[in-house]
Design a protein around this ligand. Sequence first.
Ligand SMILES: *Cc1c(COP(=O)(O)O)cnc(C)c1O
Ligand SMILES: [Zn+2]
Length: 505
Amino acid sequence: MKLENFPEDIQPYLIPDLTSDEGGRLIYRCLECGLEYGIEKLLYTCPECGQVLLIYDANFDRLKKISGELWHRIFDYRKMLKISALKGIYLYHEFIGPIIPLDSIVYLGEGHTPVVEANSFLQKKAGIRFYFKNDGQNPSASFKDRGMASAFSYIQFIVSKGYISSDVLAICASTGDTSASAALYASYLKPHVKSAVLLPHKKVTPQQLSQPLGSGASVFEIPGVFDDCMKVVEALSEKYNVALLNSKNAWRILGQESYSYEIAQDFEYDMSDKVVILPIGNAGNITAVMSGFLKFYETGIINTLPKIIGVQSKHANPVYKYYLEPDAGKREFVPVTVRSSVAQAAMIGNPVSMPRVIHLVDIYNSMSDKQKVFFVEVSEQDIMDWELLANRNGHIACTHGGESLAALVSAYEQGIIEKNDVAIVDSTAHALKFSGFQKMYFENSFPEEFEISPNPDLINSPVFIRPKDLEKVPAPGKPLTGEDFKQFVERTSEEIANALDLKKV
Ligand SMILES: *Cc1c(COP(=O)(O)O)cnc(C)c1O
Ligand SMILES: [Zn+2]
């Protein structure tokens, strides 16, 4: 819809105004020593103490001057605008990047992913009402695109300001999806922006490996697991002039907050009885989701903070273990050695964002006057079984979506979730990225360390039909004709009809 056709009172708010002195003022703040730094430079950790940073808006209180109801109208009307820059995560521009001019915004179609209610069969199985939010329907088929849209828009912004040279090498370590996303966004900004990605050898799926290769990135495979790759890119980013794109980069977090904003908008800003469930790997996403809901809460856009449940596999569960200790004073973070997991993108033993999680969980719970953030662990078996069951009921969940659904069931059994709660379950990537695990399940070929044995009811495999009595069948380049072809069609369809037990019309 054209600007002049919107209600007059809403028009001044639809296109963010960056010329006002009253606008946002973003700064990095260290979570350890509290020091603040300007955002002209791309910082990852505090130059004083080495701790991770988060980005704050020093002028955030201006957003509280607009009522919650008016914000609802701004966001709901803004959805009807046809301006590319505001169609993705920057629909929430004031909250995600108030200093980023619209012409620096990179939009590749990310965000506003579908929220799909589970059918009644699956809801009965799970015991409660729930929806999948399909973040696998982002352009590189995972939620990482939300963070990359923000990080690359920021890079375009500081290049346009002349804060950094226009030749940028974007670099990241990845369990597969970060590199797919970083390579995609970098390729859009070529020739100035180039990308290099580091992957743990044989620990990403063939689909995930094909993505950065297809985008033209330099792809390096390193022995070990993700945590080892992370150390190498950290060393590179400290010594060389590169832009680190891992979620250590706080701009990633800002972009991923859009996930919370969308859930709020999807449910008419009513977060009472809502439960948001998501997997934890490097813990960037749960950081962003908590931060996002907190910002909407502080500005009156939502009146309740939803419950948040972070889930980990028993094979990679450092965050879960940390919160097992009920006494906050006695908690101690201990990295774990990860074991093979089908939730491979979350197979991380030493999450970079752990200090951010600890910081935000405290704030989130105290703002709610009760515990609202919970952590659950699930077995590899449950992850696969729930993923496959979901997908047999109309979904496109990845293994991490299965993990989130398994957590819903476990949390309900434990009484963390109540009967009347409504859950939003994060399928963080597309099922197709992890189809190799589905294949292993169907063929009962999981290596022992996964501890997965297939449930026969969930197995599926193709049936080869080749009527034995036929002499000739078609082959590529060698079609059948005449009576032979007629015979082939007739006999093959007969055998399929028999296999399916079809009745004649
Ligand atoms: C990255 C990723 C995760 C884990 O997210 P973190 O922010 O690292 O905790 C989960 N699922 C998928 C599909 C991912 O790509
Ligand atoms: Zn510091």
